[in-house]
Write a protein that binds this ligand. Structure first.
Ligand code: PBG
Ligand code: ZN
Length: 330
C-alpha cells in the first residue's frame, strides 16, 4: 500500500499536471513554468544584475506582478527563496523557516491565485553559510545521510504549506526516495508532485542564478554532486534511479547544450512528464546575443523551445515565460 513505486496520484492531482501527462509535439503556454526569486524583504522588487527583466520579489509585490501574466496564460511557477535579512547557518535552517520567503509566498499565491500551479525548488545552497547544497562533514565534503534527511524535512514543509510540487535540485543520493517516503508518511503523497532534477550537470551556465540568490559555494565547487559534463552514463543511471525512487516528473538541466540527454531521458522515462531547465546563463546569453544583433530574441527563443519539445520535453522552466505568454497563441 505505502510502497514508493505504487504512488501515482500525486503526479496528476492537478489539472495542469494532468495535461503534462500527454506528449504534445507543439509548444503551448501551459508547458512553461516560470522561476521566481522570492526575497525575505516583503516589499522587494530588486532588479537582478546579469538577468535582464528579472527581479527578486517580495511577497507583497508578487500578486501585482503575476496577475497580468496569469491573465495571459501563465499557469505555473517555481519558487526559489533568497534570505537577505536573517543569518545563514551550516544546515540551512532558513529553508523551512515558517516565516521565510518560500513558505510565505506559497501561502499567498495559493490563496490569491487558486488555479496557479505552485512548485518549490528544494535545496539548501541559498540558506547555508557555506553555500553548498547539503550538510558538510568537517573536511568540507558532503555528508549525504543528514543532507537527505534535512532536504526531506524541507520538502515536507513546502508540501504542507500548499505547494503542488516539490523539486529537489540538490543532487544528493537518495533524496527522491526520502522525500517520497516523507510525503507518504504525512498523507500528502496523493496531492503533491515530486519533480526531480535528475540529470543536473555541473555547468558554467548557473552564474547569473548564483548571483541572484547569493548561493555560490564559499569554497570548492559542486563537482562532487552535480554530474560531470561528459557523464552520459551517470545521467542515465540517475534518471532510472529517480524513476525507481518515485519521481513524478524527471528533469534535465541545463537545456540547449544537453538536448542529447533530454532525448535519452525521453527514452528512459517514456511514461513520465519530462522537464527541461533553460537556465540563467542561457537566458543571459540569449539577451546579450540578441542585443549584439546576432538574432531576433523572439525567433531564437521560440526555435529553442521547439527543440526542447522535439527532444521530448513536456515542461520547460524558463525565465522567458512572461514573454512567451505574448509570443504564443495558446
Ligand atoms: C541550486 C540551483 C541552481 C539552479 C537551480 N537550483 C544553481 C546551482 O546548482 O548552482 C540553477 C538555475 C539557473 O541557473 O537558472 N541548487
Ligand atoms: Zn543547491
Amino acid at each position: 500500500m505505502s510502497d514508493i513505486s505504487s504512488q501515482l496520484h500525486g503526479g496528476y492531482a492537478h489539472p495542469l499536471s494532468r495535461s503534462w501527462q500527454g506528449q504534445s509535439r507543439r509548444i503551448t503556454k501551459s508547458m512553461f513554468m516560470y522561476p521566481l526569486f522570492i526575497s525575505d524583504d516583503p516589499d522587494a522588487e530588486a532588479p537582478l544584475k546579469g538577468m535582464p527583466n528579472q527581479r527578486r520579489w517580495g511577497v507583497n509585490k508578487l500578486p501585482g506582478f503575476l496577475e497580468p501574466l496569469i491573465k495571459k496564460g501563465l499557469s505555473s511557477v517555481i519558487l526559489f527563496g533568497v534570505p537577505e535579512r536573517k543569518p545563514k547557518d551550516e544546515i540551512g535552517t532558513l529553508a523551512d523557516d515558517p516565516e521565510g520567503p518560500v513558505i510565505s509566498a506559497v501561502k499567498t499565491l495559493r490563496e490569491k491565485f487558486p488555479d496557479l500551479y505552485v512548485a518549490c525548488d528544494v535545496c539548501l545552497c541559498e540558506y547555508t553559510s557555506h553555500g553548498h547544497c547539503g550538510i558538510l562533514h568537517a573536511d568540507g565534503l558532503i555528508n549525504n545521510g543528514p543532507s537527505v534527511k534535512r532536504l526531506a524535512d524541507v520538502a515536507l514543509a513546502y508540501a504542507k504549506a500548499g505547494a503542488h510540487c516539490v523539486a529537489p535540485s540538490d543532487m544528493m543520493d537518495g533524496r527522491v526516495g526520502a522525500i517520497k517516503r516523507a510525503l507518504i508518511d504525512s498523507g500528502l503523497v496523493g496531492k503533491t508532485s515530486l519533480m526531480s532534477y535528475s540529470a543536473k550537470f555541473a555547468s558554467s551556465l548557473y552564474g547569473p542564478f548564483r548571483d541572484a540568490v547569493a548561493s555560490a559555494p564559499a569554497f570548492g565547487d559542486r563537482r562532487c554532486y552535480q554530474l560531470p559534463q561528459n557523464a552520459r552514463g551517470l545521467a542515465r543511471r540517475a534518471i532510472v534511479r529517480d524513476v525507481g525512487e518515485g519521481a513524478d516528473i524527471i528533469m534535465v538541466k541545463p537545456g540547449s547544450i544537453y538536448l542529447d540527454i533530454l532525448a535519452e531521458a525521453r527514452q528512459l522515462a517514456p511514461d513520465h512528464p519530462l522537464a527541461v531547465y533553460h537556465v540563467s546563463g542561457e537566458y543571459a546569453a540569449l539577451h546579450a546575443a540578441a542585443a549584439a544583433g546576432v538574432y531576433d530574441l523572439k525567433a531564437q527563443v521560440v526555435e529553442l523551445s521547439e527543440a526542447f519539445v522535439r527532444a521530448g520535453a513536456t515542461i520547460i522552466l524558463s525565465y522567458f515565460s512572461p514573454e512567451l505568454m505574448d509570443w504564443l497563441d495558446e
